[in-house]
Design a protein around this ligand. Structure first.
Ligand SMILES: Cc1cc2nc3c(=O)[nH]c(=O)nc-3n(C[C@H](O)[C@H](O)[C@H](O)COP(=O)(O)OP(=O)(O)OC[C@H]3O[C@@H](n4cnc5c(N)ncnc54)[C@H](O)[C@@H]3O)c2cc1C
Length: 269
């Protein structure tokens, strides 16, 4: 099947090309299938290489990942060691060489593992909506991404955490990598032995990555002891809406969420 290609010269030009029916191709690991047989069948592909969005910046403890940073790029960046398990949990080496951070924010569940990690990191998304560059918390962006049809994500940023405060687990049916049965990312900073600023995100438990607010509340201000963990685990499936798919049923996902959360929270930091 032939494809027409539209090369964007500026970030601000991309939303207009999208509004005219084009579909952005970043790494193309999903966009090509969408174009050939999915939601964007036959649409022109918008090429966004060459806009300088493939850079990783770590400055004054703030991390900015350009939208075109790949999983392999994250895995090569030694300052982002805590994110290596996240990047390496996505597809095989060929997928990781192409799959981008920006594309991951649009990947349908059970994909979107980077989005889960970024949600736990309280990341902010920068995007151009055709009028101006805007920023939104990732949580808000994920909820409204369908409405933001012509948005072009340029990057994400977040505060560099202490590596020991970040935890990540992705449960798969086929080792070493496969799509998620459930993905959990947590940021558990501690002050005087008590959790201060708990953030916990879940993947494959809703149409997009979500925060587990009740679990966060159960952990906040507590020592990470057995009692706190048991109470946190009890509420982890509240406000979730997992799907049945080829990897697991919704029932199974709900059953195993507390088990894996308990392991994640109980692991030595
Ligand atoms: C074999 C295989 C295994 C996979 N395994 C995993 C996995 O384990 N975990 C996981 O999370 N994902 C997985 N994926 C899905 C996918 O590879 C990743 O989610 C990837 O990060 C998507 O990025 P991409 O650059 O390839 O996106 P693309 O395919 O280029 O784009 C995906 C969608 O997002 C839009 N888009 C892309 N970039 C932007 C942007 N900057 N602004 C606005 N819209 C944009 C595109 O128009 C398209 O609709 C897998 C895919 C394959 C084919």
């Amino acid at each position: 099947m032939s494809a027409s290609l539209l090369a964007a010269k500026h970030v601000r030009a991309v939303p207009g090309l999208k509004a005219k029916g084009g579909n952005i191709i970043a790494g193309g690991t999903l966009a090509i299938a969408e174009r050939n047989c999915g939601a964007a069948t036959g649409s022109p592909l918008i090429i966004v290489d060459g806009l300088g969005l493939d850079r990783i910046e770590v400055k004054a403890k703030k991390v900015t990942l350009g939208a075109l940073v790949t999983m392999a790029g994250i895995a090569r960046e030694r300052r982002l060691g805590f994110l290596h398990p996240v990047a390496n949990s996505i597809g095989g080496p060929a997928v990781r060489a192409m799959a981008t951070v920006g594309g991951n924010l649009f990947a349908p569940s059970p994909y979107g593992d980077v989005a889960v990690a970024l949600l736990a990191l309280d990341a902010e998304v920068a995007f151009h909506d055709g009028k101006a560059l805007r920023k939104l918390p990732l949580e808000v962006f994920l909820k409204s991404r369908k409405k933001l049809r012509s948005a072009f994500v340029t990057g994400v940023s977040f505060a560099l955490p202490q590596a020991r405060d970040f935890r990540y687990i992705k449960v798969v049916r086929r080792k070493p990598v496969s799509a998620s049965v459930i993905t959990i990312a947590a940021l558990l900073p501690r002050r005087a032995g008590k959790i201060a600023g708990a953030r916990l995100a879940l993947g494959a438990m809703a149409p997009h990555a979500i925060r587990a607010r009740k679990t966060e509340s159960a952990l906040e201000g507590r020592a990470l002891d057995r009692k706190a963990i048991d109470q946190a685990v009890e509420v982890v499936t509240e406000a979730t809406a997992p799907a049945d798919d080829v990897y697991a049923t919704a029932w199974y996902r709900r059953e195993i969420a507390p088990v894996h959360l308990k392991r994640l929270l109980g692991a030595a930091p």
